[in-house]
Write a protein that binds this ligand. Structure first.
Ligand code: ZN
Length: 439
Protein backbone atom coordinates (compact mmCIF):
# COMPACT_ATOMS: atom_id res chain seq x y z
CA UNK A 1 0.00 0.00 0.00
CA UNK A 2 2.61 2.55 1.09
CA UNK A 3 4.83 1.66 -1.91
CA UNK A 4 1.92 2.53 -4.15
CA UNK A 5 1.74 6.02 -2.64
CA UNK A 6 5.41 6.60 -3.49
CA UNK A 7 4.94 5.65 -7.13
CA UNK A 8 1.74 7.68 -7.46
CA UNK A 9 3.56 10.75 -6.07
CA UNK A 10 6.46 10.21 -8.48
CA UNK A 11 4.15 9.78 -11.50
CA UNK A 12 2.23 12.92 -10.57
CA UNK A 13 5.46 14.84 -10.01
CA UNK A 14 6.82 13.98 -13.44
CA UNK A 15 3.50 14.83 -15.11
CA UNK A 16 3.26 18.09 -13.19
CA UNK A 17 6.78 19.17 -14.20
CA UNK A 18 6.03 18.56 -17.89
CA UNK A 19 2.97 20.82 -17.55
CA UNK A 20 5.07 23.51 -15.79
CA UNK A 21 7.76 23.40 -18.48
CA UNK A 22 5.14 23.52 -21.26
CA UNK A 23 3.53 26.61 -19.74
CA UNK A 24 6.77 28.62 -19.55
CA UNK A 25 6.82 31.85 -21.58
CA UNK A 26 9.19 31.49 -24.52
CA UNK A 27 9.27 34.93 -26.16
CA UNK A 28 12.60 36.64 -25.52
CA UNK A 29 11.75 40.21 -26.47
CA UNK A 30 8.46 40.92 -24.76
CA UNK A 31 7.30 44.48 -24.07
CA UNK A 32 7.92 44.47 -20.33
CA UNK A 33 11.50 43.45 -20.92
CA UNK A 34 12.09 46.30 -23.37
CA UNK A 35 11.11 48.91 -20.77
CA UNK A 36 12.97 47.08 -18.02
CA UNK A 37 16.47 47.98 -19.11
CA UNK A 38 19.52 49.89 -18.02
CA UNK A 39 20.18 53.16 -19.85
CA UNK A 40 23.16 53.02 -22.21
CA UNK A 41 25.64 55.92 -21.85
CA UNK A 42 28.55 57.36 -23.86
CA UNK A 43 31.97 58.87 -23.13
CA UNK A 44 30.39 62.30 -22.58
CA UNK A 45 28.30 60.85 -19.72
CA UNK A 46 31.40 59.29 -18.17
CA UNK A 47 33.39 62.53 -18.55
CA UNK A 48 30.64 64.48 -16.76
CA UNK A 49 30.39 61.93 -13.90
CA UNK A 50 30.79 63.77 -10.55
CA UNK A 51 33.96 63.04 -8.55
CA UNK A 52 32.05 62.81 -5.30
CA UNK A 53 31.51 59.05 -4.69
CA UNK A 54 27.95 59.42 -3.38
CA UNK A 55 26.83 61.58 -6.32
CA UNK A 56 28.61 59.34 -8.84
CA UNK A 57 26.99 56.23 -7.34
CA UNK A 58 23.58 57.90 -7.62
CA UNK A 59 24.30 58.71 -11.28
CA UNK A 60 24.86 55.01 -11.95
CA UNK A 61 21.83 53.92 -9.94
CA UNK A 62 19.56 56.38 -11.78
CA UNK A 63 20.27 54.51 -15.01
CA UNK A 64 18.23 51.56 -13.74
CA UNK A 65 14.67 52.29 -14.90
CA UNK A 66 11.87 51.88 -12.29
CA UNK A 67 10.54 48.96 -14.36
CA UNK A 68 13.95 47.27 -14.38
CA UNK A 69 14.36 47.80 -10.63
CA UNK A 70 10.88 46.43 -9.90
CA UNK A 71 11.64 43.41 -12.06
CA UNK A 72 14.99 42.48 -10.56
CA UNK A 73 13.79 43.19 -7.00
CA UNK A 74 10.84 40.84 -7.56
CA UNK A 75 13.08 38.18 -9.06
CA UNK A 76 15.65 38.36 -6.26
CA UNK A 77 13.16 38.66 -3.36
CA UNK A 78 11.23 35.69 -4.78
CA UNK A 79 14.48 33.78 -4.39
CA UNK A 80 14.29 34.25 -0.59
CA UNK A 81 11.00 32.37 -0.55
CA UNK A 82 12.34 29.71 -2.87
CA UNK A 83 14.98 28.87 -0.27
CA UNK A 84 12.18 28.19 2.21
CA UNK A 85 10.19 26.29 -0.43
CA UNK A 86 13.24 24.11 -1.21
CA UNK A 87 13.61 23.26 2.48
CA UNK A 88 9.93 22.37 2.86
CA UNK A 89 9.83 20.29 -0.33
CA UNK A 90 13.04 18.51 0.70
CA UNK A 91 11.59 17.69 4.12
CA UNK A 92 8.34 16.48 2.54
CA UNK A 93 10.31 14.23 0.16
CA UNK A 94 12.26 12.82 3.12
CA UNK A 95 9.05 12.15 5.02
CA UNK A 96 7.53 10.37 2.01
CA UNK A 97 10.62 8.16 1.58
CA UNK A 98 10.75 7.38 5.31
CA UNK A 99 7.05 6.59 5.73
CA UNK A 100 7.02 4.34 2.66
CA UNK A 101 10.28 2.75 3.90
CA UNK A 102 11.52 3.13 0.34
CA UNK A 103 15.22 2.97 1.24
CA UNK A 104 14.78 0.16 3.75
CA UNK A 105 13.24 -2.04 1.04
CA UNK A 106 15.80 -0.88 -1.55
CA UNK A 107 18.55 -1.85 0.91
CA UNK A 108 17.03 -5.31 1.49
CA UNK A 109 16.55 -5.86 -2.25
CA UNK A 110 20.15 -4.86 -3.09
CA UNK A 111 21.46 -6.97 -0.19
CA UNK A 112 20.13 -10.06 -1.98
CA UNK A 113 22.29 -9.24 -5.06
CA UNK A 114 25.56 -7.94 -3.58
CA UNK A 115 27.49 -8.78 -0.42
CA UNK A 116 29.76 -5.94 0.76
CA UNK A 117 27.98 -3.42 2.98
CA UNK A 118 29.65 -0.43 1.33
CA UNK A 119 28.32 -1.54 -2.05
CA UNK A 120 24.81 -1.94 -0.66
CA UNK A 121 25.05 1.58 0.78
CA UNK A 122 26.44 2.99 -2.48
CA UNK A 123 23.68 1.54 -4.65
CA UNK A 124 20.96 2.46 -2.15
CA UNK A 125 22.24 6.06 -2.08
CA UNK A 126 22.16 6.16 -5.89
CA UNK A 127 18.53 5.01 -5.85
CA UNK A 128 17.84 7.72 -3.25
CA UNK A 129 19.39 10.38 -5.51
CA UNK A 130 17.11 9.42 -8.41
CA UNK A 131 13.97 9.14 -6.24
CA UNK A 132 14.49 12.56 -4.66
CA UNK A 133 15.11 14.15 -8.05
CA UNK A 134 11.89 12.68 -9.39
CA UNK A 135 9.84 13.82 -6.38
CA UNK A 136 11.26 17.37 -6.44
CA UNK A 137 11.18 17.64 -10.23
CA UNK A 138 8.17 20.03 -10.39
CA UNK A 139 9.91 22.49 -8.08
CA UNK A 140 13.10 22.21 -10.14
CA UNK A 141 11.11 22.80 -13.34
CA UNK A 142 9.45 25.85 -11.84
CA UNK A 143 12.65 27.34 -10.37
CA UNK A 144 15.11 26.41 -13.06
CA UNK A 145 13.01 26.69 -16.18
CA UNK A 146 9.58 28.33 -15.86
CA UNK A 147 10.60 31.17 -13.56
CA UNK A 148 13.86 31.91 -15.40
CA UNK A 149 11.91 32.27 -18.64
CA UNK A 150 9.24 34.35 -16.92
CA UNK A 151 11.95 36.90 -16.06
CA UNK A 152 13.65 36.55 -19.44
CA UNK A 153 16.82 35.19 -17.82
CA UNK A 154 17.18 31.86 -19.60
CA UNK A 155 18.04 31.05 -23.20
CA UNK A 156 17.60 27.29 -22.85
CA UNK A 157 14.82 25.42 -24.64
CA UNK A 158 12.80 22.94 -22.60
CA UNK A 159 14.61 20.03 -24.24
CA UNK A 160 18.07 21.51 -23.59
CA UNK A 161 17.13 22.27 -20.01
CA UNK A 162 15.92 18.71 -19.56
CA UNK A 163 19.10 17.24 -21.09
CA UNK A 164 21.29 19.40 -18.79
CA UNK A 165 19.28 18.20 -15.83
CA UNK A 166 19.70 14.57 -16.77
CA UNK A 167 23.46 15.13 -17.09
CA UNK A 168 23.63 16.85 -13.71
CA UNK A 169 21.53 14.10 -12.14
CA UNK A 170 23.83 11.43 -13.57
CA UNK A 171 26.93 13.17 -12.20
CA UNK A 172 25.39 13.85 -8.80
CA UNK A 173 24.05 10.30 -8.53
CA UNK A 174 27.50 8.78 -9.09
CA UNK A 175 29.09 11.37 -6.77
CA UNK A 176 26.47 10.69 -4.11
CA UNK A 177 26.95 6.92 -4.38
CA UNK A 178 30.70 7.27 -3.81
CA UNK A 179 30.37 9.90 -1.07
CA UNK A 180 27.66 8.08 0.87
CA UNK A 181 29.42 4.73 0.47
CA UNK A 182 32.53 6.21 2.10
CA UNK A 183 30.54 8.10 4.73
CA UNK A 184 28.70 5.00 5.94
CA UNK A 185 31.94 3.02 6.19
CA UNK A 186 33.00 5.64 8.74
CA UNK A 187 29.58 5.59 10.39
CA UNK A 188 29.75 1.81 10.86
CA UNK A 189 33.39 1.51 11.93
CA UNK A 190 33.47 4.33 14.47
CA UNK A 191 31.27 4.62 17.50
CA UNK A 192 30.29 7.73 19.41
CA UNK A 193 32.55 10.07 17.47
CA UNK A 194 31.30 9.02 14.02
CA UNK A 195 30.23 12.59 13.31
CA UNK A 196 33.85 13.84 13.42
CA UNK A 197 34.92 11.12 10.95
CA UNK A 198 31.88 11.86 8.81
CA UNK A 199 32.66 15.57 8.69
CA UNK A 200 36.30 14.75 7.84
CA UNK A 201 35.26 12.61 4.88
CA UNK A 202 32.83 15.34 3.79
CA UNK A 203 35.60 17.96 3.89
CA UNK A 204 37.94 15.85 1.77
CA UNK A 205 35.23 15.07 -0.80
CA UNK A 206 34.13 18.71 -1.08
CA UNK A 207 37.75 19.74 -1.58
CA UNK A 208 38.18 17.19 -4.38
CA UNK A 209 34.98 18.46 -6.05
CA UNK A 210 36.02 22.13 -5.75
CA UNK A 211 39.38 21.45 -7.37
CA UNK A 212 38.21 19.06 -10.07
CA UNK A 213 34.94 20.69 -11.17
CA UNK A 214 36.40 23.51 -13.32
CA UNK A 215 38.59 21.08 -15.28
CA UNK A 216 36.49 17.94 -15.49
CA UNK A 217 32.82 18.83 -14.96
CA UNK A 218 32.29 22.33 -16.40
CA UNK A 219 33.51 21.31 -19.90
CA UNK A 220 30.69 18.73 -20.03
CA UNK A 221 28.16 21.57 -20.12
CA UNK A 222 30.00 24.20 -22.18
CA UNK A 223 32.59 24.37 -24.94
CA UNK A 224 35.87 26.11 -24.11
CA UNK A 225 38.14 27.71 -26.70
CA UNK A 226 41.09 30.10 -26.59
CA UNK A 227 40.48 33.83 -26.96
CA UNK A 228 42.47 35.17 -29.87
CA UNK A 229 41.50 38.89 -29.89
CA UNK A 230 44.71 40.77 -29.01
CA UNK A 231 42.77 43.84 -27.77
CA UNK A 232 41.50 41.65 -24.91
CA UNK A 233 44.42 39.25 -24.50
CA UNK A 234 47.20 41.82 -24.23
CA UNK A 235 45.82 44.01 -21.39
CA UNK A 236 44.40 41.07 -19.44
CA UNK A 237 47.61 39.02 -19.57
CA UNK A 238 49.65 42.08 -18.63
CA UNK A 239 47.45 42.55 -15.55
CA UNK A 240 47.81 38.85 -14.63
CA UNK A 241 51.61 38.94 -14.99
CA UNK A 242 51.82 42.17 -12.97
CA UNK A 243 50.24 40.24 -10.11
CA UNK A 244 52.50 37.21 -10.38
CA UNK A 245 50.03 34.87 -12.05
CA UNK A 246 51.68 32.89 -14.84
CA UNK A 247 49.11 32.29 -17.56
CA UNK A 248 49.65 31.69 -21.22
CA UNK A 249 46.09 31.50 -22.44
CA UNK A 250 42.64 32.92 -21.93
CA UNK A 251 39.59 30.83 -22.66
CA UNK A 252 36.00 31.64 -23.48
CA UNK A 253 32.98 29.41 -23.09
CA UNK A 254 29.54 29.52 -24.66
CA UNK A 255 27.42 30.43 -21.61
CA UNK A 256 25.07 32.40 -23.87
CA UNK A 257 23.30 29.16 -24.69
CA UNK A 258 22.14 29.07 -21.07
CA UNK A 259 21.59 32.76 -20.23
CA UNK A 260 22.76 36.36 -20.77
CA UNK A 261 24.53 36.56 -17.41
CA UNK A 262 28.14 37.76 -17.43
CA UNK A 263 30.69 35.66 -15.58
CA UNK A 264 34.33 34.57 -15.45
CA UNK A 265 36.70 32.59 -13.25
CA UNK A 266 40.39 32.08 -12.64
CA UNK A 267 41.16 28.61 -11.37
CA UNK A 268 43.92 26.04 -11.13
CA UNK A 269 46.01 24.22 -8.56
CA UNK A 270 49.72 23.71 -7.88
CA UNK A 271 50.68 27.03 -9.45
CA UNK A 272 48.77 26.53 -12.69
CA UNK A 273 46.14 29.08 -13.62
CA UNK A 274 43.46 29.18 -16.26
CA UNK A 275 41.35 32.24 -17.00
CA UNK A 276 37.89 31.45 -18.33
CA UNK A 277 35.50 34.15 -19.48
CA UNK A 278 31.98 33.51 -20.63
CA UNK A 279 30.97 34.80 -24.05
CA UNK A 280 28.38 37.15 -22.50
CA UNK A 281 31.18 39.01 -20.77
CA UNK A 282 33.12 39.17 -24.05
CA UNK A 283 30.18 40.24 -26.18
CA UNK A 284 28.39 42.60 -23.83
CA UNK A 285 31.37 44.40 -22.27
CA UNK A 286 34.14 46.87 -23.09
CA UNK A 287 37.79 45.99 -22.49
CA UNK A 288 37.79 48.11 -19.31
CA UNK A 289 34.80 46.12 -17.97
CA UNK A 290 36.51 42.83 -18.84
CA UNK A 291 39.69 43.97 -17.06
CA UNK A 292 37.69 45.03 -14.02
CA UNK A 293 35.83 41.71 -13.80
CA UNK A 294 38.99 39.65 -14.31
CA UNK A 295 40.80 41.80 -11.74
CA UNK A 296 38.17 40.60 -9.25
CA UNK A 297 38.63 36.96 -10.30
CA UNK A 298 42.40 37.40 -10.10
CA UNK A 299 41.86 38.53 -6.51
CA UNK A 300 40.15 35.25 -5.64
CA UNK A 301 43.05 33.35 -7.16
CA UNK A 302 45.91 35.40 -5.71
CA UNK A 303 44.42 35.46 -2.21
CA UNK A 304 43.92 31.66 -2.29
CA UNK A 305 40.22 32.06 -1.64
CA UNK A 306 39.39 28.52 -2.71
CA UNK A 307 41.61 27.03 0.00
CA UNK A 308 40.32 29.46 2.63
CA UNK A 309 36.72 28.72 1.61
CA UNK A 310 37.51 25.04 1.97
CA UNK A 311 38.66 25.57 5.57
CA UNK A 312 35.54 27.59 6.29
CA UNK A 313 33.40 24.82 4.82
CA UNK A 314 35.23 22.40 7.13
CA UNK A 315 34.23 24.38 10.22
CA UNK A 316 30.61 24.67 9.09
CA UNK A 317 30.56 20.95 8.27
CA UNK A 318 31.88 19.89 11.69
CA UNK A 319 29.20 21.98 13.41
CA UNK A 320 26.58 20.60 10.98
CA UNK A 321 27.58 16.99 11.68
CA UNK A 322 27.48 17.65 15.42
CA UNK A 323 23.91 18.89 14.99
CA UNK A 324 23.02 15.85 12.86
CA UNK A 325 24.58 13.44 15.39
CA UNK A 326 22.49 14.89 18.20
CA UNK A 327 19.23 15.18 16.26
CA UNK A 328 19.62 11.84 14.42
CA UNK A 329 20.08 9.87 17.65
CA UNK A 330 17.00 11.58 19.06
CA UNK A 331 14.91 10.97 15.90
CA UNK A 332 15.90 7.31 15.58
CA UNK A 333 15.00 6.68 19.22
CA UNK A 334 11.58 8.18 18.49
CA UNK A 335 10.74 6.92 14.98
CA UNK A 336 13.41 4.32 14.13
CA UNK A 337 11.04 1.33 14.43
CA UNK A 338 8.28 3.05 12.44
CA UNK A 339 10.64 3.97 9.56
CA UNK A 340 12.57 0.67 9.58
CA UNK A 341 15.89 2.29 10.62
CA UNK A 342 18.11 0.09 12.82
CA UNK A 343 20.71 2.64 13.93
CA UNK A 344 22.62 5.77 12.81
CA UNK A 345 24.75 3.70 10.40
CA UNK A 346 21.75 2.18 8.60
CA UNK A 347 21.44 3.51 5.04
CA UNK A 348 17.64 3.33 5.38
CA UNK A 349 17.94 6.41 7.58
CA UNK A 350 19.79 8.45 4.96
CA UNK A 351 16.70 10.59 4.06
CA UNK A 352 16.47 11.50 7.75
CA UNK A 353 20.19 12.33 7.77
CA UNK A 354 19.77 14.63 4.73
CA UNK A 355 16.62 16.24 6.16
CA UNK A 356 18.35 17.12 9.44
CA UNK A 357 21.42 18.42 7.63
CA UNK A 358 19.26 20.58 5.35
CA UNK A 359 17.59 22.13 8.41
CA UNK A 360 21.05 23.01 9.74
CA UNK A 361 22.15 24.48 6.40
CA UNK A 362 18.97 26.54 6.19
CA UNK A 363 19.60 28.03 9.63
CA UNK A 364 23.25 28.61 8.68
CA UNK A 365 22.32 30.56 5.52
CA UNK A 366 23.35 34.00 6.85
CA UNK A 367 26.67 32.59 8.10
CA UNK A 368 27.50 30.85 4.82
CA UNK A 369 26.50 33.93 2.82
CA UNK A 370 28.61 36.18 5.03
CA UNK A 371 31.66 33.92 4.66
CA UNK A 372 31.33 34.09 0.86
CA UNK A 373 30.42 37.79 0.80
CA UNK A 374 33.54 38.62 2.81
CA UNK A 375 35.73 36.98 0.15
CA UNK A 376 33.80 38.76 -2.59
CA UNK A 377 34.40 42.13 -0.93
CA UNK A 378 38.13 41.35 -0.70
CA UNK A 379 38.21 40.36 -4.37
CA UNK A 380 36.46 43.63 -5.30
CA UNK A 381 39.16 45.67 -3.55
CA UNK A 382 41.93 43.60 -5.11
CA UNK A 383 40.34 43.93 -8.53
CA UNK A 384 40.06 47.70 -8.34
CA UNK A 385 43.73 47.98 -7.40
CA UNK A 386 44.84 45.49 -10.05
CA UNK A 387 42.77 46.79 -12.96
CA UNK A 388 42.51 50.49 -12.06
CA UNK A 389 39.19 50.44 -13.91
CA UNK A 390 36.57 51.83 -11.51
CA UNK A 391 34.24 52.91 -14.33
CA UNK A 392 34.47 49.49 -16.01
CA UNK A 393 33.82 47.84 -12.65
CA UNK A 394 30.77 50.04 -11.95
CA UNK A 395 29.41 49.31 -15.43
CA UNK A 396 29.78 45.55 -14.92
CA UNK A 397 28.10 45.78 -11.50
CA UNK A 398 25.20 47.66 -13.11
CA UNK A 399 24.70 44.71 -15.46
CA UNK A 400 24.34 42.41 -12.43
CA UNK A 401 21.22 44.35 -11.38
CA UNK A 402 19.39 42.51 -14.17
CA UNK A 403 18.98 39.65 -11.69
CA UNK A 404 20.31 40.90 -8.35
CA UNK A 405 18.49 43.37 -6.09
CA UNK A 406 20.46 46.60 -6.43
CA UNK A 407 19.92 48.29 -3.08
CA UNK A 408 18.82 45.97 -0.23
CA UNK A 409 18.53 46.84 3.47
CA UNK A 410 21.45 45.96 5.80
CA UNK A 411 19.75 42.98 7.47
CA UNK A 412 18.48 41.71 4.11
CA UNK A 413 22.01 41.86 2.69
CA UNK A 414 23.44 40.10 5.74
CA UNK A 415 20.98 37.21 5.48
CA UNK A 416 20.53 36.70 1.74
CA UNK A 417 23.45 38.19 -0.20
CA UNK A 418 26.50 36.09 -1.12
CA UNK A 419 28.02 39.16 -2.83
CA UNK A 420 27.96 42.78 -1.64
CA UNK A 421 24.93 44.61 -3.07
CA UNK A 422 25.49 46.18 -6.51
CA UNK A 423 25.06 49.67 -5.03
CA UNK A 424 27.76 49.03 -2.40
CA UNK A 425 30.12 47.68 -5.06
CA UNK A 426 29.55 50.69 -7.31
CA UNK A 427 30.12 53.01 -4.35
CA UNK A 428 33.40 51.21 -3.54
CA UNK A 429 34.51 51.75 -7.15
CA UNK A 430 33.53 55.43 -7.08
CA UNK A 431 35.37 55.94 -3.79
CA UNK A 432 38.47 54.28 -5.26
CA UNK A 433 38.17 56.58 -8.30
CA UNK A 434 37.85 59.71 -6.15
CA UNK A 435 40.77 58.79 -3.89
CA UNK A 436 43.19 56.99 -6.25
CA UNK A 437 42.83 58.62 -9.66
CA UNK A 438 44.18 62.07 -10.45
CA UNK A 439 41.43 64.41 -11.65
ZN1 ZN B 1 33.86 36.74 -6.94
Amino acid sequence: MSKKILWIVIALAVLFSIVIAAMAPTSQGDASRATAQIAVVDDAWRAALPRDPVAATEAYMSRISPAAKARSDAYFEGGYWLQLLDLIVGLAAALLLLRTRALASTRDWIAKKVRPMWLIDTFTAMVYSVLVSLITFPVAAYEGYYREHLYGLSNLSAIDWFVENIMMLSISTVAMGIAVGLLYIALRRTSRNWWIWGAGIGVVLIGVMMLLAPTYIDPLFNTYKPITEERIKTPVMAMMRANGVPIDNLYQFDASKQSNRVSANVSGIFGSAAVRMNDNLLNRSTVSEIKAVLGHELGHYTMNHIYKAWMEVAIVLVIGFAFVKWSLDWSIAKWGVEFGIKDHADIAGFPLFVALFSVFMFIATPINNTLIRTQETEADMFGLNASAEPLGFAEAMLKLTEYRKSDPGHVEEFIFFDHPSPKKRIYAAMRWRAEQLKP
